[in-house]
Ligand binder design. Structure first.
Ligand code: IPE
Ligand code: IPE
Ligand code: MG
Length: 241
């Protein structure tokens, strides 16, 4: 079982087109899938679920679609926070907040505060998030530590650098899922996906169900994660354990 699952929720627009509906209807239907996938993740005992909802690049979409999505996040969060709280879920948002409206930021901060003490699954929503943005903001923070004399340039290594990335306090991403059939990362977690197992599903996000997630988890269960070692080495290690 993966400890941390990250999902690119893609295919809302195509789902809507298939139904002869506007893209907005696809985003609304996609919000329903989010609920189903959260429930199933809790049931499956996943510790961290990270959902890619809006990328740095999605700001380039038509203004009407962007504002619809921002409004959808605001309404969904306002509506769902009570449910998250009841389920003991710890909610967080990762991404560049400087682009978000102050009303949305306030709602996010309130939801994070309200659920901060929970000990159940961590739910992270990536909004206005880009993997490159994350690496650059970590570089800025690292540079500030050096400028302040708290870190020497020679002490910058993978460990100290990665501590400045988003969600460095959480377990590594084990399973990286993309729905909607595209075979790309689209600037989602880059550094943090270094050793994730990838799973691409043709299912469009609004059709992605608890069963779809279970299929992905079963697929993951059959992977051999070698982290650069050989199968034989893993065999020895497993035999010793
Ligand atoms: C994913 O679905 C949702 C967001 C990126 C906000 P899309 O809107 O990208 O759907 P397609 O890829 O056009 O079908
Ligand atoms: C990635 O999907 C972003 C999210 C699902 C939030 P996109 O639909 O924006 O990705 P591209 O543009 O097809 O690469
Ligand atoms: Mg898309």
């Amino acid at each position: 079982m993966p400890r941390h699952v990250a999902i690119i929720m893609d295919g809302n627009g195509r789902w809507a087109r298939q139904q002869g509906k506007p893209r907005q209807a696809g985003h609304k239907a996609g919000a329903e899938s989010v609920r189903a996938v959260i429930e199933e993740s809790v049931t499956a005992g996943i510790e961290v679920l990270t959902l890619f909802a809006f990328s740095s690049e999605n700001w380039s979409r038509p203004e009407k679609e962007v504002s619809f999505l921002m409004d959808l996040f605001l309404r969904a969060l306002t509506r769902e926070v009570k449910l998250l709280q009841e389920q003991g879920i710890r909610f967080r948002v990762i991404g560049n907040r400087s682009n978000l409206s102050s009303k949305l930021v306030d709602t996010i901060v309130a939801a994070e505060k309200r659920t901060a003490g929970n000990s159940g699954m961590v739910l992270q929503l990536a909004v206005s998030y880009g993997g490159r943005w994350d690496i650059v903001q970590a570089a800025q923070k690292t540079a500030r530590l050096v400028a302040d004399g708290q870190l020497s340039a020679d002490d910058i290594d993978e460990n100290s650098f990665s501590q400045q990335l988003s969600f460095s306090d959480l377990p590594e991403v084990d399973l990286f899922i993309r729905t909607g059939g595209e075979l790309r990362i689209s600037n989602f977690i880059l550094w943090q996906a270094a050793y994730a197992e990838f799973y691409f599903s043709d299912t469009l996000w609004p059709d992605f169900s608890a069963d779809s997630l279970r299929l992905a988890l079963n697929d993951y269960a059959n992977r051999e994660r070698r982290f650069g070692r050989t199968s034989e080495q893993l065999g020895v290690k497993n035999a010793k354990a």
